[in-house]
Design a binder for this molecule. Structure first.
Ligand code: NAD
Ligand code: TYD
Length: 355
């Protein structure tokens, strides 16, 4: 099995690459631009693996991507490369439109040109997995779950750019017959997560005695999935997902942000008692513009049709994650030197009210 993975130096992409290379023994071509969010240190465990190749390239670069397809000749593509942080999208949407929309378009067009050169079984077996987010569905109220048929209603420049790329991916099946499958996943957490996102930011700020910023009231809800459960789900969807279809991925682990932060503080009290109580560092700060109230995934289709099951729940996964950050300063210190945890994504002046 020969797989092109894009974004494989990022958080989820590196978990996917480690899974495919080490657990599945696949031949992987990992294509990544190495933006601020990508680091080869996340792939250090693959240093001696002959079945992992890395190509530094921009997914918007049609020539480089086409050449990668034509020389590597993949059976499968797993497209994860993206600008991924909502706060950065609020103050700088251009990179999100460029990479998430134009880059995905470039990936689809390069895949289509390559796929058109295939014949017989190779053409029939080829798959393009487009990896997306549950944020395309917008915000839930107190009840209900996102299903595969929930209408798209994105709130942020990030989720709008991902929604645009999902529509392109679906259209490439309907119009050109390209065998695309789409996955929409809830919030991931775990090792190698860039420390601008809530969970790693709070762990490192707590370790350093810095304030733990909670946006708004802290009652916003996210549905947390351990990253390695997502990586296994993506491999399964790429292997067995039906062409032109969507699969929602989520671990049925809804938590309010304030409860996530409080749990991390309790674990830090246990592992680093000298900083006790870490909850004294919690600070309520100005809300994020366009902040979605609640995300929650119904993963029934993935569980029943493809037989996937999350192996971690939030309690086991968050404890593993806190321990991993405490044990792996070598990984996060260089990233923290480049980004010190300062607040991102605030507009000048008043925060717009949600309608
Ligand atoms: P990340 O920001 O950690 O990693 C993104 C990777 O893409 C980085 O290695 C970066 O260098 C690379 N990249 C960015 N622009 C590129 C370009 N123009 N060309 C080539 N490479 C480029 O992101 P992540 O959290 O690992 O997310 C991966 C994918 O999963 C994204 O498509 C994201 O939308 C989706 N997703 C993320 C979550 C989540 O909770 N993080 C949940 C659901 C879906
Ligand atoms: P984040 O990790 O940025 O993921 P996403 O916006 O894709 O869900 O944020 C998770 C939640 O935590 C979200 O509701 C915003 C909130 N948040 C904070 O309260 N404080 C923070 O410092 C950050 C980064 C996020």
């Amino acid at each position: 099995m020969r797989v092109i993975v894009t974004g494989g130096a990022g958080f989820i992409g590196s978990a996917v690459v480690r899974h495919l290379v080490l657990d599945k023994g696949y031949e992987v071509l990992n294509i990544d631009k190495l933006t601020y969010a990508g680091t080869l240190s996340s792939l250090a465990s693959l240093d001696n693996q002959a079945n992992h190749r890395f190509l530094q390239a921009d997914i918007c670069d049609r020539n480089a991507i086409q050449e990668a397809f034509d020389t590597f000749r993949p059976d499968r593509v797993m497209h994860l490369a993206a600008e991924s942080h909502v706060d950065r999208s609020i103050t700088g949407a251009a990179d999100f439109v460029q990479t998430n929309v134009i880059g995905s378009f470039t990936m689809l067009e390069s895949a289509r040109a390559y796929w058109n050169t295939l014949a017989g079984d190779a053409k029939a077996a080829f798959r393009f997995l487009h990896v997306s987010t549950d944020e395309v569905y917008g915000s839930l109220g107190e009840n209900g779950l996102f299903t595969e048929t929930t209408p798209y209603d994105p709130s942020s420049p990030y989720s709008a750019s991902k929604a645009a790329s999902d529509h392109l991916a679906k259209a490439w099946t309907r119009t050109y017959g390209l065998p695309v499958v789409v996955s929409n996943c809830s919030n991931n957490y775990g090792p190698y997560h860039f420390p601008e996102k809530l969970i790693p930011l709070v762990i490192l700020n707590a370790l350093h005695g810095k304030s733990l910023p909670i946006y708004g009231s802290g009652s916003n809800i996210r549905d947390w999935l351990y990253v390695e459960d997502h990586a296994r789900a993506l491999d399964l969807i790429a292997e067995r997902g039906a062409i032109g279809e969507t699969y929602n991925v989520g671990g049925r682990n809804e938590r309010r942000n304030v409860d996530v932060v409080t749990r991390i503080c309790e674990l830090m009290d246990k592992f680093r008692p000298q900083g006790k109580p870490h909850s004294q560092l919690i600070e309520y700060v100005a809300d994020r513009p366009g902040h979605d109230a609640r995300y929650a995934i119904d993963a029934t289709r993935l569980e029943t049709e493809l037989g996937w099951k999350a192996l971690e729940n939030f309690d086991t996964g968050i404890e593993k994650t806190v321990r991993w950050y405490l044990d792996n300063e070598w990984w996060w210190q260089p990233l923290r030197d480049g980004y010190d945890g300062r607040r991102l994504g605030l507009l000048q002046g008043e925060v717009p009210k949600k309608s």
